[in-house]
Design a protein around this ligand. Sequence first.
Ligand code: MRU
Length: 338
Amino acid sequence: MKDLITTALRYENGSLHLLDQRRLPAEVLWHRCSDTDDLVALIQGLAVRGAPLIGVAAALWIGHCAARGDEPGQLLDTIRLLRASRPTAVNLSACLERMQHRIEQGADRAALIDQATTIFFEDVMLCDKIAQHGAALIEPGDRILTHCNTGGLATAGVGTALGVIITAHKQSKNINVWVDETRPLLQGARLTTWELERAGVPYRLICDSMAASLMAAGEVERIMVGADRIARNGDFANKIGTYALAVLASHHQLPFYVVAPQTTVDQDCIDGAAIQIEQRKAAEVRGATGSFGACTWSPSNAPVYNPAFDTTPAALVTGWILDTGVFTLNDVKAGAFG
Ligand code: MRU
């Protein structure tokens, strides 16, 4: 398989390397993927994360396994393991289903490598299209609030919501970004800040609980977030805390946009209630772990509720910014998502 290089993933000299996002921003540490269990652990531990990127990484791993001569039966077993690693983001299962379909059709090694490479480049291209549609909605001087990390660390390309924001900055729109820290795993505080610094975009980091007072004070023009799965009716799952932002945006009559590739729309999912929400370990809420060390601030056995995602109803969304264009609730009701 030929070399493929992006912000958080490198396929080089026949090996898959992933940027260990748990160590950012203090340390840029690349991890060479040794076997499928290794990749499953990296995905579950959020070393590699973001809905589009985990799908691309999994597809490339299947391409890699095909290239080294794994038999179809072995490849299907590997797909099963990877698919079960994280349940909420549709991109993971969708990318693996595409690989599985080709295997079941009897595709040879070259065709499987080609399919994996196509999935990689498709994501790059989808991000570029999203960025163009989304940046057109941003007014000069906008202060945009975003949540979690949706940039080059979460996709094979420039990102979704963060790709839009960075593109608007490159268009000299003089924007400022409010970055939600995104508890419990701090994707905003650790990763979005890292990406914005690299791109030279002015930002300020806030605790999640500060968004309400910022909106009330008139300090936010629009909110842009990513998505892990969009249902046919426009409801969507994204990082925990997204729903709270949508409710706040509605109360303050601020535009609230969901930014995602068409590949995040799950046509088999009728509404948000049908989306499986990943529940994660209690330790993530009892304290924090990262390049800064590990600490527990609650009683060590404090009972915890830790859903990784929440579901936002379509009625709270101003627009869905996809690679195929910008859709309103009326478009969605008319069947834009299948
Ligand atoms: O748990 P994570 O860090 O994988 O969650 C990521 C998000 O919720 C993103 O908003 C989503 O995957 C879209 S990334 C372009």
